[in-house]
Design a protein around this ligand. Structure first.
Ligand code: 3PG
Length: 307
C-alpha cells in the first residue's frame, strides 16, 4: 500500500483533512497525518518511508527530498512553490506539483479585508476613506489577480493590471485596463496588490524607486511573499511619506520598526492566513490527493512544476 504523508506545520481545516483521508483511503492509499511539527529533523524522519507528500508552505529542501527513500511526488497544496527545491527534486526523480487556483479566492478576500481595514483607519472609530472610485493596480493577473478584479468590480474600483504573461485582450475582456509597464501600474494606482511569485527575477523587485512612483495616499497590499519586497526601500518610503501605508499577510523581518515608527500605517497578519479558510483548504487538499492518485494510477503530470 502506497503511503501519502500530509506534512503541514500549519494544519488544514479538519474538513479538508477528513476529505483527503477519505479520498486517499478509498483509492487504496495510506494517508499519514503529520501536523504542527516543530523541526526539520522531524520532517526528515516522517518523509523517510513515504511514496508521496502533500505540503503547504512547509520547506521541502534538498535534505527533506533526499530523506524520502521511496518519495516519487511532492504536491504543494497551494500556488507558490518557492518552498520546494525543484532542482533537488528533479535530480532525485521526484515530481513536484502545485494546485493552482484552488485557494485564490481566499487570498483575494483577505487582500480586500486588509484594504478595508487600513482605509478605515484600523477600525479606530475615526473618519476613514472608501474603496469606491479608487484605483487598484493588480500586479500579476493570475488566479488571485482575477479574483481581485472580480471583487474590486463590486466595490466600484478603477481596476488596472500589469502582467507580461497575459494577453491584454483577456484583461480587457474581463473589464480591466491593462498597463504597459510595471512603472505605469505604480504611477497610476493608489492601491497596488502584489500577486507575483518569489523567484530570482522578483525577489526585492518592489523597491524604493517603484514605490516612490505611487500617488498620494498609496497603499501597498502584499499577500504574495515577503521576499519580493526590498524592505530597506519600503522602510525608506514609509519614513519619507506619511501618506504611505503597507498591509501584508507576511510580516516583514523588521515588523517591530513598522509598529514603532509608523503606527496606524501598517498591518500584518500574525501568521500567513490568506489561504487559511475551510473552503481553500478543502479545495487545495482534495486537488492535492487527487493529483497524487492520478500520478500513480495514470502517470498524469499535468501540474508538474519541475523539469
Ligand atoms: C500559496 O502559495 O498558495 C499561499 O501562499 C498559501 O500558503 P499556505 O498553504 O501556507 O497557507
Amino acid at each position: 500500500m502506497k503511503k501519502v504523508l500530509v506534512a503541514t506545520e500549519k494544519p488544514f481545516a479538519k474538513e479538508a483533512v477528513d476529505e483527503i483521508k477519505r479520498i486517499g483511503e478509498k483509492a487504496g492509499y495510506e494517508v499519514i497525518l503529520f501536523e504542527k511539527y516543530t523541526s526539520k529533523d522531524q520532517l526528515i524522519n516522517a518523509v523517510s518511508d513515504v511514496d508521496a507528500m502533500i505540503i503547504r508552505s512547509d520547506i521541502a529542501d534538498k535534505d527533506v527530498i533526499n530523506a524520502g527513500k521511496n518519495l516519487k511526488i511532492v504536491v504543494r497544496a497551494g500556488a507558490g512553490y518557492d518552498n520546494i527545491d525543484l532542482a533537488a527534486a528533479t535530480e532525485k526523480g521526484v515530481v513536484a506539483m502545485n494546485t493552482p487556483g484552488q485557494n485564490s479566492n481566499a487570498v483575494a478576500e483577505l487582500a480586500f479585508g486588509m484594504m478595508i481595514y487600513i482605509a478605515r483607519g484600523c477600525f479606530d472609530g475615526k473618519t476613514g476613506t472608501e474603496l469606491r472610485e479608487k484605483s487598484l493596480g493588480i500586479h500579476a493577473y493570475g488566479n488571485v489577480g482575477k479574483y481581485m478584479a472580480l471583487i474590486a468590480k463590486g466595490f466600484g474600483m478603477k481596476i488596472y493590471a500589469f502582467d507580461p504573461f497575459v494577453n491584454e485582450s483577456d484583461m480587457i475582456a474581463d473589464g480591466i485596463t491593462p498597463v504597459k509597464s510595471v512603472e505605469e501600474l505604480y504611477r497610476t494606482c493608489q492601491y497596488v496588490s502584489l500577486h507575483i511569485p518569489a523567484n530570482d527575477k522578483t525577489k526585492k523587485s518592489i523597491n524604493h524607486e517603484l514605490l516612490s512612483m505611487m500617488p498620494k495616499n498609496a497603499v501597498l497590499v502584499n499577500t504574495a511573499r515577503k521576499e519580493v519586497i526590498d524592505e530597506d526601500g519600503l522602510l525608506k518610503i514609509m519614513s519619507e511619506r506619511s501618506d504611505f501605508k503597507y498591509v501584508s499577510d507576511i510580516a516583514p523581518d523588521s515588523s517591530h520598526v513598522f509598529a514603532e515608527k509608523f503606527p496606524g500605517r501598517s498591518f500584518f497578519t500574525p501568521k500567513k492566513m490568506g489561504a487559511q479558510t475551510e473552503e481553500a483548504n478543502i479545495n487545495a487538499g482534495i486537488a492535492a490527493i487527487n493529483q497524487i492518485i492520478n500520478f500513480f494510477e495514470k502517470g498524469d503530470v499535468k501540474f508538474k512544476v519541475n523539469k
